[in-house]
Design a protein around this ligand. Structure first.
Ligand code: DGY
Length: 326
């Protein structure tokens, strides 16, 4: 039997390439930047598997243009860039990398909470600008005794909750379930509106879906305390970003930290770029050497298992296994 053809959307280290090439023929690397759709369609026309989807939106047209495709192995936990229903219809397995990045994203989230509470960015800038002491303008707030509201108590949300405890924060959460589960009795369930009213820091750890798109808009921001902060390390589109920019401008909330934006990178005239009291990062939640390597290894495990006809360790649409050609 001939070895399967695999499309790699980004360059990988030599040892990883060797591991893939031991079982597959690697057909193409994605060029830097966002490839044009006709190029994607042409590149995928004869491949059996794809590794990495960050720059390739896997919609129905792309999936249909790849008649031999058996598996799409996403390099990341979020798979909102893939039309999973279409993949399932075409018998294409969709895999992702949950778990291995939870610590890195939770670490960053706590870093953002501390940065907001202690005005780290302002203070850092003022030292560079030659202003050492700024009196009351330097004063932040303690985390001890403050309430952290976690929207989405999944793998990452739980790690955030775990880390908030030693800071002395009260933790409440909102999710589809009300029972936080074993070891998380310190997390109190709240309806979404109550959480927004109560929390001093609101942090988002939900997938992007039709249900969560623009979950936090003008109405929700107006429920938050004027002293509260919003942190987003999930997906930009779960917030109505124009409403957030306006809420920051009108001091409806005290500030925000966003690792993810509605559009990445943002347009030059995006109002969020000029909004006050907002800390912006370029989607670096999982960006540590250790975590990125663990994500890559898991993505390759998923891809190779799927191409061997085995059940991959992390599969998003197990129902596609029944439809996949053996
Ligand atoms: C993920 O895994 O979904 C992170 O956002 C990295 O893209």
């Amino acid at each position: 039997m001939s070895r399967p053809l695999v499309y790699l959307a980004f360059p990988v280290p030599d040892d990883v390439l060797a591991r893939i090439e031991a079982a597959c023929v690697v057909v193409k690397f994605g060029a830097r930047g966002k490839p044009a759709k006709p190029d994607i369609l042409a590149a995928l026309s004869d491949v059996d598997g794809v590794l990495g989807t960050t720059r390739v939106p896997f919609d129905e047209e792309v999936i249909a243009a790849a008649p031999r495709l058996r598996a799409v192995s996403n390099f990341g936990v979020g798979y909102d860039n893939i039309d999973v229903a279409a993949a399932t219809r075409h018998g294409v397995l969709v895999c992702n990398t949950p778990g291995v990045l939870s610590d890195a994203v939770a670490d960053l989230t706590l870093g953002l909470i501390v940065a907001l509470a202690r005005r780290l960015i302002d203070s850092e800038r003022s030292v560079h600008e030659g202003q050492w002491m700024r009196g009351a303008a330097q004063l932040g707030s303690d985390l001890k005794g403050k309430t952290l509201g976690i929207i989405g108590l999944g793998r990452i949300g739980r790690e955030v909750a775990r880390r908030a405890q030693p800071f002395g924060m009260q933790v409440c959460f909102h999710d589809q379930f009300r029972d936080a589960g074993e070891g998380f009795a310190f997390c109190a369930y709240r309806d979404l509106d109550d959480l927004l009213r109560e929390a001093d820091f609101v942090t988002l750890h939900i997938n992007l879906s039709d249900e969560t798109r623009k979950l936090i808009g003008g109405r929700e921001l107006a429920l938050m305390k004027p002293t509260a902060y919003l942190i987003n390390t999930a997906r930009g589109q779960v917030i109505d970003q124009a409403a957030l920019a306006e809420a920051l401008r009108s001091s409806t909330i005290a500030g925000a930290a966003l690792d993810v934006l509605e559009r990445e990178p943002p347009a030059e005239d995006d109002p969020i770029l000029d909004a006050p009291n907002v800390l912006l990062l370029p989607h670096i939640g999982s960006a540590t050497r250790e975590t990125r390597r663990a994500m890559l290894d898991l993505a390759v495990d998923n891809l190779l298992a799927a191409l061997r006809g085995e059940r991959p360790p992390c599969i998003v649409n197990p129902e596609a296994l029944e439809r996949a050609p053996s």
